[in-house]
Write a protein that binds this ligand. Structure first.
Ligand code: MSK
Length: 690
């Protein structure tokens, strides 16, 4: 059989090769066999009714119409809007479930969850202008509404548990109202910088309510409703804003309130986190609630004793996909890998249970599991898999469900077949992860002087060329994570400060970029100097797909700190999703653009079929929201385009011209006297405490 590389991580690649040698059918084989329909791929196939499907083929699709008369521009725009709406539905529904959990905690209906970050709850309540005397007092008269608030410990010290629960209930109810709100605007929009918000007002882009805009997207795109490309693309921006400010940011905030706002924590990642002598339980999917409870109880002495009684040395938890990111960045639980590694994990033959909830769960894990002893456990009422064991979770029975699942895994340990692809001698990569916006502020000034000033100053001085985000999936049609690796390496070398999220976070961990040493091994001299001064790594893992919303707050604070652009648009920043495949990634890309942040996606463009839609996304959106949505398949051109975009923003902001190597310092060998002199200089940074 032809040997081709499938994954850039050598351990994943080794298991993939072993699996293929042993005749397993993996996602890589299926991707190779499947020839995507070129008409559907570029967005020119209309399946909105059953007169067709109409395939709008021909040179660039010009002058071609479907049976109803819809032209290719309308067809492409409708298809794109539907994909963004599907993505927004997933993230907002994820957020909704978390809001219900918060409501249950506030009402004392569950004991399995607590409010772990009271400061964050209060900060969110202040941003939502919750009507409660404590919040009114905290807000005072002078508070601005942009961004979010970092409360000092003494500001929350005297707030009673009862008041916290009252506020939590009000926050939960206000969020629930946002889903079904019919008029007005999402309350979170006011957290954006004023200039960004004003663009939304000017162009009538403010979403009224989460569900309303998503439902309207489906209505608009049915046959015979919205058949104007500009109008369809405006609604795409509106639904994008739903995804960012009504879905991802809500999910990220409520998770921080319930499970703790991440701060740097050591962990490790790749398939070698699995342990041969322990019960291995992989938690896979996206929703963090059950996963956090499984983490809470997996060290319970009774369960450990039960595992020992079955011949295992303990219980080993590992994450996968974005549930991995949730428990990796908050609890330091090792990550087994990204979307592309779910079958590979089972093929090690030592996974006793794979527990899944929603999103990015391949149905192929069932046939893979059948070749071994692995139990696949579904836990969400929305996410069933034929032939899986279904143990349903809701926030009222979390601990009970978690115990049941762990016992099932323990009981299954004895059923290992001894077959599979061995990982015995392999080593997991070390990582430092968990950089929330809040920690990022803290890192730049300590408790009393939290700020974004050092970052803005470093960008203004040209030490940091710009900021970049890399997020989204790994595509089976590429060598998994290879483009992400290329971009991270090149951006860091070019003095970019990089944040990663979603499966790109797994790539950073597996390649060893999620460590402070990256500054020494890869960084350009300017970025390295900043890393040394404030004790930060050049690549920060900020969490799961929904945590891409942390970037909204980072950029808002960069704007309000001053010295750069006063709004999100116009910043020397860029975001990439080089290996995307999910509708959720398109929704994230659209909310970035709608909020003023340009994105470059890789692979084949789903809007290539319409020059007009491409023009709207690349040019007209720049006039409206100050950002563009590009698709570029070639990784080198993608990088070039991103760098050029950032350099042009620097020019527009009249910042000093970035010069590679300008901050390169000659290495000086120091004697002890010189070192002592250095120690006398007060160090401004708080360090990461690694
Ligand atoms: S898990 S959406 S493959 S990033 Fe969030 Fe990874 Fe993409 Fe799923």
């Amino acid at each position: 059989m032809e040997k081709i590389q499938r994954m850039s991580d050598p351990i994943a690649e080794r298991i993939a090769e072993c699996a293929i040698d042993q005749g397993y059918d993996t996602i890589f084989d299926r991707a190779k066999r499947m020839k995507p329909c070129p008409i559907g791929q570029e967005g020119s196939c209309c399946r909105m009714c059953h007169m067709g499907p109409c395939r709008l083929v021909g040179k660039n699709g010009e002058n071609l119409r479907g049976i109803c008369g819809a032209d290719v521009d309308v067809v492409v725009a409708r298809n794109f809007l539907r994909m963004v709406a599907a993505g927004a539905a997933t993230h907002s529904d994820h957020a909704r479930d978390l809001v219900f959990t918060l409501l249950s905690v506030a009402r004392g209906e569950t004991k399995d969850f607590q409010i772990r970050d009271k400061g964050k709850l209060l900060s969110v309540a202040m941003a939502m202008e919750i009507d409660h005397p404590v919040i009114t007092e905290l807000r005072g008269d002078s508070r601005v509404t942009e961004g979010d608030y970092d409360l000092m410990p003494w500001e929350i010290r005297n707030i009673s548990d009862e008041q916290i629960m009252e506020i939590a209930e009000k926050v939960a109810l206000k969020h629930l109202e946002q889903f079904g709100q019919q008029e007005g605007e999402l309350v979170y929009l006011k957290r954006a910088p004023k200039g960004t918000y004003e663009r939304w007002v000017k162009h009538n882009l403010r979403p009224r309510g989460v569900d309303r805009e998503i439902a309207e997207a489906l209505h608009r795109t049915t046959m015979g409703v919205d058949q104007d490309v500009d109008s369809l693309m405006d609604h795409t921006l509106r639904v994008g804003l739903v995804d960012g400010w009504g879905g991802c940011l809500v999910a990220s905030d409520i998770s921080d309130i319930l499970f703790g706002t991440p701060k740097p924590i050591r962990s490790k990642g790749n398939l070698a986190v699995l342990k041969k002598d322990e019960v291995n339980v992989i938690i896979h999917g996206h929703e963090p609630a059950l996963a956090q409870v499984i983490v809470d109880i997996h060290t319970d002495p009774e369960l450990i004793a039960y595992a020992r009684s079955k011949g295992a040395n303990g219980i080993n938890l590992a994450g996968m996909c974005c549930t991995a990111n949730e428990i990796l960045t908050r609890r330091g639980i090792g990550s087994a890998g990204s979307f592309l590694e779910q079958e590979l994990a089972i093929m090690t033959g030592i996974v006793d249970a794979m527990v899944v909830d929603v999103q990015c769960v391949q149905p192929s894990i069932i046939p893979a599991a059948k070749r071994f002893h692995t139990k696949v456990v579904t836990t969400s009422p929305k996410g069933h898999l034929t032939e899986a064991v279904h143990i349903e979770f809701d926030e009222h029975n979390a601990k009970e469900t978690a115990i049941k699942i762990l016992k099932l895994a323990i009981d299954n340990f004895a059923n290992r077949t001894g077959k599979g692809c061995p990982i015995d001698e392999l080593q997991a990569k070390a990582a430092v992860v968990g950089f929330s916006r809040e920690y990022f502020s803290y890192m730049q000034g300590g408790l009393f002087r939290k700020s974004f000033r050092p970052l803005n100053d470093a960008i203004m001085a040209g030490r940091i060329r710009g900021t970049a985000g890399i997020a989204a999936c790994h595509h089976p049609g590429t060598v998994g994570a290879s483009i992400q690796r290329y971009l991270i390496e090149e951006l860091v070398r070019n003095d970019f400060f990089v944040v990663v999220a979603g499966c790109a976070g797994h790539a950073a961990v597996q390649m060893g970029f999620a460590t402070p040493e990256t500054a020494y091994n890869y960084s350009g001299p300017g970025m390295r100097e900043v890393c040394e001064a404030i004790g930060m790594p050049p690549v920060m893992h900020i969490g799961a797909c929904v945590d891409t919303a942390r970037v909204l707050m980072i950029r808002t604070l960069m704007a309000t700190t001053g010295g750069l652009s006063p709004e999100m648009a116009g910043m020397p920043s860029i975001a990439f999703a080089p290996e995307w495949w999910s509708e959720k990634a398109l929704a994230i890309g659209t909310y970035f653009v709608a909020s003023g942040s340009t994105v470059i996606f890789g692979g084949e463009s789903p809007v290539k079929g319409s020059k007009r839609v491409v023009d709207i996304m690349e040019n007209k959106w720049q006039e409206k929201v100050g950002a563009a949505f590009f698709f570029e398949a070639d990784p080198e051109k993608m990088l070039q385009k991103g760098i050029e975009w950032v350099d042009t923003r620097r020019e527009q902001l009249k910042l000093v011209k970035y010069q590679p190597g300008r901050f390169r310092k000659e290495r000086v060998l120091m004697d002890m006297a010189a070192r002592r002199e250095l120690d006398k200089v007060a160090k401004p940074h708080v360090g990461l405490g690694f």
